[in-house]
Design a protein around this ligand. Structure first.
Ligand code: GDP
Ligand code: MN
Length: 379
């Protein structure tokens, strides 16, 4: 779960990270009032859960309330990279001398939280990470020892920060690390962490991504969720208890079990096709659930064929087959369907399906081959 900039900054500020003074506004009038109370130059920042807002025109420096109101009117009325902007953050503009990057992330390979920093902070950090990874310095933190001040100071030195900023940098790094631990984040970053013209450190932008598996321990953080984070289909799936991830291919997949779903995608690729999604329908395969899943799959306009791959273990195949038949009455049959059913009562299940116009496969290879052919053949 991603947090907005203003939410991330609030959490960081509570832990002692210096952030610019500011207010969230959901209307142009509120934005003007915020600019008025801050006084002087302010920055109006679109709060949308997308990266690269600056380059997309979502970060605008203005001279006062009138201009803030105009910019807020523009930002609140549009979307940024397809995500509607529902709020803006109005902050006192920082006078920036230098921008660095500072982040912590869970490194699964190393089983450590890793501190990451770069002297080349700002809007091009992703590009830097790709082209010149050596410009990003990392440090694996010992979980029982935590981040030692000397380690943070060494990092400050590596970044080329002036010596009188080392102590402040160490405090920011420590606070970032502690915040990430407290909220159980998989990623927490400050980009840019700026050195202002009057030689102070200030977190000008922040981003926190929480660990979804730890959310049950943090009801206060769950309350901060912005539902626009997920695409509409993914949200509908989540509500129905179905795991769905949209991909770019043309073969829609409906599968029971995450492992089987992954294998199905692999086999489709093996035969030259491209899966349109990952979908695990979860336990059982009652008709309402099947109908919901098919509806979600077919809401993707790229889907030209659907492959249903069900292993009947506890759920019997004849039950699944009647679930599929019921569901097919409720969804538009705009594309061909291939069904592979194996397991308990598979013969009865297939017999039921023969009445509907469906391609029936016995092995997964057979089903995937048929689906790839129906989707226009191998790439
Ligand atoms: P992002 O594009 O989504 O990462 O949004 P940021 O909040 O990081 O803003 C992008 C860039 O806009 C920063 O790297 C800064 O260069 C610039 N910027 C943001 N806030 C301020 C500010 O208060 N003053 C000045 N001068 N520049 C700012
Ligand atoms: Mn940024």
């Amino acid at each position: 779960m991603k947090l907005h900039e203003y939410q991330s900054k609030r959490l960081l500020a509570e832990h002692g990270v210096p952030v610019p003074e500011g207010q969230v506004a959901t209307s142009p009038r509120e934005a003007a009032a915020a600019a008025q109370s801050l006084g002087g130059r302010v920055v109006v920042k679109a709060q949308a859960l997308v990266g690269g807002r600056g380059k997309a025109g979502g970060i605008v420096l203005v001279s006062g309330p009138q201009e803030a109101e105009r910019v807020a009117t523009d930002l609140l009325g549009r979307s940024l990279k397809g995500v509607p902007v529902q709020a803006v953050l109005v902050e006192r503009a920082a006078d920036i001398a230098h921008e660095v990057y500072l982040g912590v992330a869970v490194d699964r390979t190393n089983c450590r939280v890793t501190l990451m920093a770069s002297a080349e902070g700002g809007v091009d950090i992703e590009e830097t990470a790709r082209m010149r990874p050596e410009a990003i310095h990392t440090l694996a933190i010992e979980p029982y020892a935590g981040l030692h001040p000397f380690q943070a100071r060494t990092m400050a030195n590596t970044l080329g920060l002036a010596r009188d900023l080392w102590r402040g940098f160490s405090r920011v790094a420590q606070a970032l690390y502690v915040t990430a631990g407290d909220v159980e984040a998989v990623l927490a970053e400050i980009n840019p962490l700026v050195v202002t013209a009057d030689h102070q450190l200030l977190a000008v932008d922040a981003k926190i991504v929480l660990d979804d598996n730890a959310l049950y321990r943090h009801p206060d953080l769950v309350a901060m969720r912005d539902p626009s984070e997920d695409a509409p289909a993914e949200r509908a799936a989540g509500e129905a208890g179905i795991s769905y991830v949209k991909l770019d291919g043309s073969i829609g997949c409906m599968v029971n079990g995450a492992g089987l779903a992954m294998a199905t995608m692999d086999v489709i690729q093996l035969f030259g096709g491209e899966p349109a999604n990952f979908l695990d329908i979860g336990g059982g395969a009652r008709s309402e659930r099947v109908a919901k899943a098919l509806g979600i799959i077919l809401s993707d306009p790229n889907v030209t064929t659907v492959l249903i791959n069900i292993f009947g273990g506890i759920t019997r195949c004849d039950e699944v087959a009647s679930g599929i038949l019921d569901a097919l009455e409720t969804v538009p049959r705009r594309v061909p369907f291939v069904v592979r059913l194996v397991g308990t009562n598979e013969h009865e299940g297939r017999e039921l399906l023969r009445s509907a116009q469906l391609e029936i496969a016995v092995t997964l290879a057979e089903g995937a081959r048929q689906a790839v052919a129906l989707a226009g053949g191998s790439r």
